[in-house]
Design a protein around this ligand. Sequence first.
Ligand code: ZN
Length: 193
Amino acid sequence: MSQPPLSQARFWSEGSQGRFFPVALGEGLGLSPSGEITPLDSGVAAKDLPLLILPAPDESGTCAVALVSEICDQPISRNGVSLSAGIHLLASKDRMNLGEKTFWVSAFASPEETVYDPAVHGEDVFCFRTKARLTRRDAIVICPCKMIYKASAWATGVACHNCHFDPSQPAWEPPAPRERNLLDAFIDFARNR
Ligand SMILES: [Zn+2]
């Protein structure tokens, strides 16, 4: 049994009225010059796509990588900075632009619900919150930081003492159109001073 990665990547595409909606990243996504999104597991020729987004969770804050092709005739940028052809690491809350289209990448963590098995989780394991010794087949929750909780202790909804992951907090979403317009206006103002 494998443990979940520390964080998984979520890709956001623009829908109507500037609202963003999440697109499953799966094995990776390819973006056409016009910004159409194609899952890479659909047999599409990845080499013909100017921008590929691949999941790459790690513990340093990277959640995905962008592969920028040399064939692209559209400007590609991350957080407003133009990207050259090659591999670029993406962190959570990075904004990508391909031509006129905007996309976001965010990281999210999901705790794993399972049952305690000494062969998998180790002998002599104690609930991180209650300090109670776990017995085989106890329902447990493994925090994204790998700390192990009894399911009943996790269900109290208190944030993890170790990493402060709070299961009751909603996951990050891209800023709403109005906030973004204000931010853009502020940046323009700052640049033109
Ligand atoms: Zn934790």
